[in-house]
Design a binder for this molecule. Structure first.
Ligand SMILES: Cc1cc2nc3c(=O)[nH]c(=O)nc-3n(C[C@H](O)[C@H](O)[C@H](O)COP(=O)(O)O)c2cc1C
Length: 358
């Protein structure tokens, strides 16, 4: 029995009940502390057919940790141990901030969902930078993405400067960058998805990445709540600007449309957003003719979910909410499921399957 399957059995038989009896945010903090305390175990080598290469970066497998789980980069070795092929850390803001008032995270167990209105609690870039530097020195085995967001008290005219400050401080430490324009919990942020604002922002960001000796790929993370014509305009803008990829997508503010009735405000994640996320992935892939790599996020809880996101057009996938419900063995189970799906479908690699259901 591997170390992770032991941890998974403990979670499913004991720890999950203990954590679910506690406030969701407290349970999250406890989980991060436990993961951070794990010895740096090396995950077993992934099967070669699960490996993929994007932007010149080698990913040992296509399943990544979605942003929000490890906002301050405190448990990176834990994500390697659980078998992730990459991890997106953040959202990181330039200055430290507390986020919205508590309570701000709720479970919806009947729908295997979460609702959050955290509002980017972040220790800030100066706290995160030395952690990433240490991890890099120790030789981390998976690519690390850093997800950037503005401080909540930054006025609209200062937002671009927040992103460029993050880029200057943290850009050189990341394998790739995700510009988060889609959290529903930072007022006004989603407006930056408009072509005019996105162009303005990317021009400012480019000025800074242009000065770096090895500029990292820069992706944009979008909302699943966009109208189709808005989504298409974003695709066209991203193509015109040479954006390196699209992370699709964030949590939704929809409730009834995805069959959830809940009094809690904020972004909904998990099972109810699976189909919507896939629609968005397919629309982007089709509209861009597969020219922009997509990271597919939303509702993934088993190998088949990841597989269908990939077939819809995602080159990589990420998950967050399912870890809470399915436990720490999830990624390892999914990887063996994905390898089986590849084999049965007659594919030799993940990249062969990207977008075939367009
Ligand atoms: C509690 C929580 C906090 C999140 N925080 C962030 C965040 O800081 N930045 C971000 O880009 N996405 C954040 N997300 C969104 C996730 O990265 C992901 O896009 C979304 O949850 C859909 O994936 P899932 O259904 O696998 O959870 C958060 C999600 C949850 C549940």
């Amino acid at each position: 029995m591997s170390a992770v399957s032991i941890i998974d059995a403990i979670y499913r038989h004991f720890l999950k009940r203990y954590l679910f009896a506690r406030d969701a945010e407290r349970a999250h903090r406890m989980t991060l502390r436990m993961l951070a305390a794990l010895p740096a175990l090396q995950a077993p080598r992934d099967r070669p057919e699960l490996g993929t290469k994007l932007w010149g970066i080698d990913f040992p497998n296509p399943i990544g940790l979605a942003a929000g789980m490890d906002k301050d980069a405190v448990a990176v070795h834990g994500w390697v141990t659980l078998g992730f092929g990459f991890a997106e850390l953040g959202t990181i803001t330039p200055r430290p901030q507390a986020g919205n008032e508590i309570p701000r995270l709720w479970r919806v167990p009947a729908r295997r969902a979460l609702i959050n209105r955290l509002g980017f609690p972040s220790e800030g870039m100066e706290a995160v930078a030395p952690r990433i530097e240490r991890i890099r020195k120790a030789g981390i085995l998976i690519p690390l993405a850093l997800n950037f967001g503005p401080n909540s008290d930054t006025p609209p005219e200062g937002i671009a400067a927040d992103y460029t400050a993050l880029m200057e401080r943290l850009g050189p430490l990341a394998d790739f960058i995700v510009i988060n324009l889609s959290s529903p919990n930072t007022p006004g942020l989603r407006n930056w998805q408009s072509p005019r604002k996105m162009s303005e922002l990317f021009a400012a960001i480019r000025e800074h990445t242009g000065k770096l000796p090895h500029p990292p790929p820069v992706l944009v993370k979008i909302s699943p709540d966009l109208e189709r014509n808005e989504l298409f305009r974003i695709c066209e803008t991203a193509l015109a600007l040479g954006v390196d990829g699209i992370v699709a997508g964030n949590t939704t503010v929809a409730r009834e449309a995805v069959g959830v009735s809940s009094p809690h405000p904020g972004g909904l994640s998990g099972r109810p957003i699976l189909i919507r996320a896939r629609e968005v992935i397919r629309d982007i892939y089709t509209h861009t003719n597969g020219k922009i790599p997509i990271i597919g996020v939303g509702g993934i809880a088993r190998a088949e979910d990841a597989w269908l996101h990939i077939r819809a057009g995602a080159s990589l996938v990420e998950l967050y909410t399912a870890l809470v419900y399915e436990g720490p063995g999830l990624v390892i189970r999914m990887k063996s499921g994905l390898a089986g799906l590849l084999r049965r479908g007659g594919f030799r690699s993940i990249s062969e399957a990207v977008g075939i259901d367009r």
